[in-house]
Design a protein around this ligand. Structure first.
Ligand SMILES: Cc1cc2nc3c(=O)[nH]c(=O)nc-3n(C[C@H](O)[C@H](O)[C@H](O)COP(=O)(O)OP(=O)(O)OC[C@H]3O[C@@H](n4cnc5c(N)ncnc54)[C@H](O)[C@@H]3O)c2cc1C
Length: 546
C-alpha cells in the first residue's frame, strides 16, 4: 500500500469529529499504551474497535516482514472488515508514541452501526476500502504454495477467495514457491498454507483450514427462527431482510458466500450497478449487510438431510455434516443449482486442473497468456469469454456453442463478443475429447478439428442437485422444487385449513427460493427478489403459529 496516498484517502481513513467521538464514548472505555506496545496482534481471537484519542496506531503487516502499512492519528480508527466478520486480524497494531484510545468491544460493533447510522455508514465504507487497498498490495494475509493445476490447491484457493480471506498463492513450480517450500523443510504434501503469525498447515481439510483462518467457529445449534440453506443471492437476500426485521437467522453454505454468482467476473444486469459488479463484490457487501443486522453465516457446512416437523408448529431438523442438528421454525432452501458436467472423453481427469466450472481470477490467473476454450451459449459463457479475452489480448479464446451464438445470450454480450478480435466463435461445435499428460494440451471437436489450448471453461446448463431433500418436498420432472400454487396443484399439499404461501413447498414451513425453485428465472436479480419474498412468507407463518 502506498502510505502517502492512502493516509490522505478520506474514504478509507476517515477522521471522526469531536461529536462522533462523544457519541461513541458511552459504548467503550479509555485505555493507554506506551510507545511500541502491541495493541492487537495478527491472529488474536477477538478484535475490538480502537479509536485514537491522542497519539497514534501504527499498522504492521507480518506477512511482509512487519512493514508499516499505515498510521492512524487522532480521530481515526483501526481495523478492517474483520471487525464485522469477527475473524482474527491479519495485521498487527502498535502504539506510536504514548497513545490514548477509546476501546469498544467488538461484540458491540453492531450496536454502533445500528444506533449511529451516520458513523456506521462511514465505517462500513472505510473497512471495505481498506481491505481492497490492503489486498491490492499482494503481500497480505496467508501464503499458499501448491501446484496451480491441482484439485486440492484449487479448492483451498477457491475457499479462501469465496470467504474473502486474503492470501497470496505461489505455484510450487515457481522460483518463489520453491524457495518457500525449501524454507519450510520441503513438505512432502501440498498445498502448504502459512498464516501471518507463522502457523503452517499441510494439505488441510476445508474445515481445519476454515477454523485456522477464523472463518469457522462452531457447529451451529438451534433453535432459530429461520435457517437458510445456501448463501447465493437468494439466501443472502433472505438473510438481510429477515435479520433486519428481527428474525433470528442462520445461513449455511457448503463453501462460503456468493453461490454461482460468486463465480461471475462481472454481473452487468443487476439493478443499481450500471458499470457492473463482480460476484465477489456482491458477496462481500451482502455478508457485511447481513452481519450488520445480526444474521449468522456458517461455512463450510453441508446440510445432509432435512427432517420435517411432524406437526407444523414444531421446528424442522437439519442434519449437518459438522455433527450437529439444527432446529429451525422455518427453513428456506436456496441451494441453487450445479453446473452440468461436460461429457468429453478425458475431461474428468482434469477437473479443477484445466477443466473449470467457474471463471474468476482464481482460475484465470493460472493460464497467463495461454489459449483457452469456453463452452456454452448462455450469458455465463459469454461473460467468461469476454473476461478471458480482455484480461489477455494476445491469447485466443475459442467460444464453442452447440447451436448458434444468439438465442440464449443477451444482445449486449453478443455484440461485444463479435467485436472482440481474440474471441473465435465456433458454432455447431462441441468438444469430444480432451488430451494431455498432466493438464489439457489440446481438445478434439466433433468436426474433427484439433485445438491446442491449456484450459476449458464449461457453462452448459445447470442441474438442481436435490437428491438429499426429503421425498415429501415435491419436485418437477427436472428436479426443481414446486412451491405455492404449483405445490397446491400437485395434490401433495397436506393442510386443509390453509393454502401454501407463494414460496412454500409441499412441506408446510419449508420454503424454496432462487434457481432451485420450479418456475424461477435463473438470474441474480430474480434470486434476490425471491429471497426477499421468502421473508414475507416467514412472517406469515410466524403469525399463523402464534
Ligand atoms: C459464472 C456465472 C455467471 C453468472 N452471471 C450472471 C449475470 O451476470 N447475471 C445474472 O442475472 N445471473 C448470472 N448468473 C446466474 C446467477 O448467478 C444465478 O441465477 C444465481 O446465483 C442463483 O442464486 P441462488 O441463490 O438461487 O443459488 P446459487 O447461487 O446457486 O447458490 C446456492 C448456494 O447453496 C449452497 N448449497 C447447495 N446445497 C447445499 C447444502 N446441501 N448445504 C449447504 N449449502 C448448500 C451452494 O454452495 C451455493 O453457494 C451467473 C451464473 C454463473 C455460474
Amino acid at each position: 500500500m502506498n502510505t502517502s496516498t492512502t493516509v490522505s484517502d478520506a474514504i478509507a481513513f476517515p477522521r471522526l469529529t469531536v461529536n462522533d467521538l462523544a457519541s461513541l464514548k458511552p459504548m467503550g472505555a479509555s485505555c493507554s499504551f506506551e510507545d511500541g506496545e502491541t495493541i492487537f496482534r495478527v491472529g488474536d481471537a477477538e478484535l475490538d474497535l480502537f479509536v485514537v484519542e491522542s497519539g497514534a496506531i501504527e499498522i504492521l503487516n507480518p506477512s511482509d516482514g512487519n512493514r508499516s502499512v499505515v498510521t492512524h492519528g487522532p480521530g481515526q480508527f483501526a481495523g478492517d472488515i474483520d471487525l464485522l466478520t469477527r475473524r482474527p486480524p491479519i495485521v498487527t497494531a502498535v502504539a506510536h508514541g504514548r497513545t490514548h484510545l477509546l476501546r469498544i468491544p467488538g461484540a458491540r460493533l453492531r450496536e454502533v452501526l445500528n444506533k449511529l447510522p451516520h458513523l456506521g455508514e462511514m465505517m462500513l465504507i472505510a473497512v471495505q476500502e481498506r481491505r481492497r487497498l490492503l489486498t491490492e498490495t499482494g503481500a497480505v494475509g496467508m501464503k499458499v504454495v501448491g501446484p496451480g493445476k491441482c484439485r486440492d490447491t484449487m479448492l483451498v484457493r477457491e475457499f479462501l477467495f469465496k470467504n474473502f480471506v486474503p492470501f497470496t498463492w505461489y505455484d510450487s513450480a515457481s522460483g518463489k514457491g520453491q524457495e518457500l517450500m525449501a524454507e519450510w523443510g520441503c513438505p512432502q504434501k501440498s498445498p502448504v498454507i502459512e498464516f501471518g503469525d507463522g502457523r503452517r498447515l499441510i494439505n488441510p481439510g476445508l474445515r481445519e483450514l476454515a477454523a485456522s483462518a477464523g472463518v469457522w467457529r462452531d457447529c451451529p445449534q438451534g433453535p432459530v427462527d429461520l435457517a437458510i440453506i445456501g448463501a447465493g443471492p437468494a439466501g443472502m437476500a433472505a438473510a438481510v431482510y429477515a435479520a433486519s426485521e428481527g428474525v433470528s437467522t442462520v445461513v449455511l453454505d457448503r463453501l462460503g458466500p456468493g453461490g454461482q454468482a460468486g463465480g461471475s467476473s462481472k454481473i452487468e444486469n443487476f439493478m443499481g450497478f450500471p458499470s457492473g459488479l463482480s460476484g465477489t463484490e456482491l458477496a462481500t457487501r451482502s455478508v457485511l449487510q447481513m452481519l450488520k443486522f445480526g444474521a449468522k453465516m456458517v461455512a463450510p457446512v453441508i446440510v445432509e438431510r432435512i427432517e420435517p416437523a411432524l406437526v407444523p408448529e414444531d421446528g424442522h431438523l437439519l442434519h449437518l455434516d459438522c455433527g450437529t442438528e439444527l432446529r429451525a421454525r422455518t427453513v428456506l432452501i436456496a441451494a441453487g443449482v450445479g453446473w452440468r458436467k461436460i461429457e468429453a472423453e478425458g475431461a474428468d481427469r482434469f477437473e479443477s486442473a484445466g477443466i473449470h466450472y467457474a471463471c474468476t481470477s482464481v482460475e484465470a490467473v493460472l493460464y497467463d497468456s495461454q489459449d483457452v476454450a469456453v463452452v456454452g451459449g448462455g450469458n455465463s459463457a459469454g461473460q467468461a469469454a469476454m473476461f478471458l479475452a480482455e484480461c489477455c489480448r494476445t491469447r485466443t479464446v475459442h467460444l464453442l456453442i452447440r447451436g448458434r451464438l444468439g438465442p440464449a445470450m443477451s444482445d449486449y454480450l453478443i455484440s461485444r463478443i463479435r467485436a472482440t478480435p481474440n474471441i473465435l466463435v465456433h458454432e455447431g461445435e462441441a468438444i469430444v475429447s480432451v488430451q494431455g499428460r498432466w493438464r489439457p494440451e489440446r481438445v478434439t471437436l466433433q468436426s474433427g478439428q484439433t485445438l491446442p489450448l491449456s484450459a476449458v471453461f464449461v457453462f452448459i446448463g445447470a442441474e438442481p442437485g436435490g437428491a438429499w431433500l426429503p421425498k415429501t418436498i415435491r419436485r418437477d420432472k427436472l428436479g426443481y422444487i414446486l412451491t405455492g400454487t404449483d405445490a397446491l396443484q400437485s395434490g401433495h399439499w397436506p393442510l386443509k385449513y390453509r393454502e401454501p404461501c407463494p414460496l412454500e413447498t409441499t412441506v408446510p414451513g419449508i420454503l424454496a427460493a432462487g434457481d432451485i425453485r420450479a418456475g424461477s428465472t435463473k438470474r441474480v436479480g430474480f434470486a434476490v427478489g425471491d429471497g426477499s419474498l421468502a421473508v414475507t412468507c416467514v412472517h406469515k407463518l410466524t403469525a399463523i403459529r402464534s
